[in-house]
Design a protein around this ligand. Structure first.
Ligand code: ZN
Length: 181
C-alpha cells in the first residue's frame, strides 16, 4: 500500500494490489447497500412507495455485486477486519454525504442525486480497476461490473426525470420540529 498526502494534508492510500482494490470495491458495495436501504426506509416513511421500491431494487443489485466480489476473491465471509482497515482513496470518503446529514425534508429528488453521485463513483472505480488489472479474468469482471454500474447511472437518471424537482424553498418547514436536548 502506498501512502500519499493530498494538498489538504490528508493521508490517502491508493490500493496497490488486486486484493486492496477488491476490498475497496466490497466496502463500496456494502456502503451502497446500507445507503439504499436507509433511503428506502426514509421514502417509506414519507409514503413514497415507488421511489422506496426503486431503492430496494438498487440495494438488491449491489448485494449481488458484493457477492460477486466475494466469489471472485474466494472470500466465504466478508473480511470484516480488513474492511475496517480500508482507507478511502479518491473514490469515496468518510466526508461523502451520509444519511445522518441528509435533511429530514429530503425529497426523492435529493436522494436520487446522492444515488447518482455514488453510482458514478462506482462506475469510475471499476473502470480504474479494469485499467490496472494484470489478469484477464479480473479485467473482464471489472469491465462487467463497470457496465452494470453505468446501467445504474442511467436508471437513476431515468428516475430523476420522473420525480418533481424540489421547489427553491423546500428547506422551509412551516411547522418545524422542536428538538429537546
Ligand atoms: Zn450500482
Amino acid at each position: 500500500m502506498s501512502a500519499e498526502t493530498t494538498a489538504a494534508g490528508h493521508a490517502v492510500h491508493v490500493p496497490a494490489t488486486l486484493e486492496e482494490f477488491m476490498l475497496h470495491a466490497l466496502a463500496m458495495e456494502r456502503d451502497a447497500i446500507e445507503r439504499y436501504t436507509d433511503f428506502a426506509d426514509q421514502m417509506e416513511t414519507h409514503n413514497n412507495r415507488d421511489v422506496a421500491a426503486m431503492f430496494r431494487t438498487m440495494a438488491g443489485y449491489e448485494t449481488k455485486h458484493a457477492q460477486e466480489i466475494m466469489d471472485q476473491m474466494g472470500w466465504k465471509e466478508p473480511p470484516v477486519l480488513a474492511l475496517q482497515g480500508v482507507r478511502w482513496a479518491r473514490f469515496d470518503s468518510p466526508e461523502a454525504p451520509s444519511i445522518d446529514s441528509v435533511h429530514y425534508l429530503m425529497q426523492p429528488w435529493h436522494a436520487l442525486q446522492l444515488a447518482l453521485a455514488a453510482e458514478q463513483r462506482a462506475e469510475a472505480f471499476f473502470g480504474e480497476l479494469a485499467a490496472v488489472a494484470t489478469n484477464d479474468e479480473v479485467r473482464a469482471k471489472a469491465l462487467e461490473l463497470q457496465a452494470e454500474e453505468a446501467e445504474h447511472v442511467e436508471l437513476v437518471k431515468a428516475w430523476m426525470a420522473k420525480v418533481p424537482q424540489p421547489e427553491g424553498d423546500w428547506e422551509n418547514d412551516p411547522d418545524p420540529p422542536r428538538y429537546i436536548d
